[in-house]
Design a protein around this ligand. Structure first.
Ligand SMILES: Nc1ccn([C@@H]2O[C@H](COP(=O)(O)O)[C@@H](O)[C@H]2O)c(=O)n1
Ligand SMILES: C[C@@]1(CO)OP(=O)(O)OP(=O)(O)OC[C@H]1O
Length: 157
């Protein structure tokens, strides 16, 4: 077994939706990012790369490379899942926490779980997505940005 954790932040910016866990959520702000700025999938990728001791998402998909501009972050997760499988591991379980005041994540959590499980090739019961505010404290509390943290346990396939 191998354990990994990941954390990602993106600032809110112009736009009318945010991508979270592969779900397009209408919102009065967008996020500033090189890719689609999906903090859930980026944190999950980093957790998988961390569990495999393969560096971080920026090492695999450098922000300096134009080819990752506006890319659907499921591409990154698919790549991380492939590296996991190539090394003989499968997803035991993953637990993600989204940190923001808005948008509300709860109504979209099940759709995110299903997308993530499909990309990782595991049962939806192995994927947890939850959310918290920071009680209006800090940058997430002020509505300046959105954060996500993820933990994964990889098991021998
Ligand atoms: N962006 C968010 C934040 C929170 N939730 C849900 O609300 C519950 C209460 O949040 P607290 O920060 O006051 O503990 C939380 O447990 C989530 O169920 C959400 O859906 N989206
Ligand atoms: C995903 C990448 C792709 O260039 O860029 P961003 O969308 O800005 O996201 P970040 O979480 O900063 O991770 C770095 C990059 O790998």
């Amino acid at each position: 077994m191998r354990i990994g954790q990941g954390f990602d932040v993106h600032a809110f910016g112009e736009g009318g939706h945010v991508m979270l866990g592969g779900v397009r959520i209408p919102h009065d702000r967008g996020v500033e990012a090189h890719s689609d700025g999906d903090v859930v999938l980026h944190a999950l990728c980093d957790a998988i790369f961390g569990a495999l001791a393969l560096g971080d998402i920026g090492r695999h998909f450098p922000p300096s490379q134009e080819q990752w501009r506006d890319v659907d972050s499921r591409v990154f997760l698919r790549h991380a899942a492939g590296m996991m499988r190539d090394r003989g591991y499968a997803m035991g379980n993953a637990d993600v926490t989204v940190i923001c005041e808005r948008p509300k994540v709860g109504p979209h959590a099940q759709a995110m779980r299903e997308i993530i499980a499909r990309e990782l090739g595991c049962d939806v019961e192995c994927i947890s997505v939850k959310a918290t505010t920071t009680e209006k404290l800090g940058f997430t509390g002020r509505g300046e940005g959105i954060a996500a943290q993820a933990c994964v346990l990889l098991v021998v396939a």
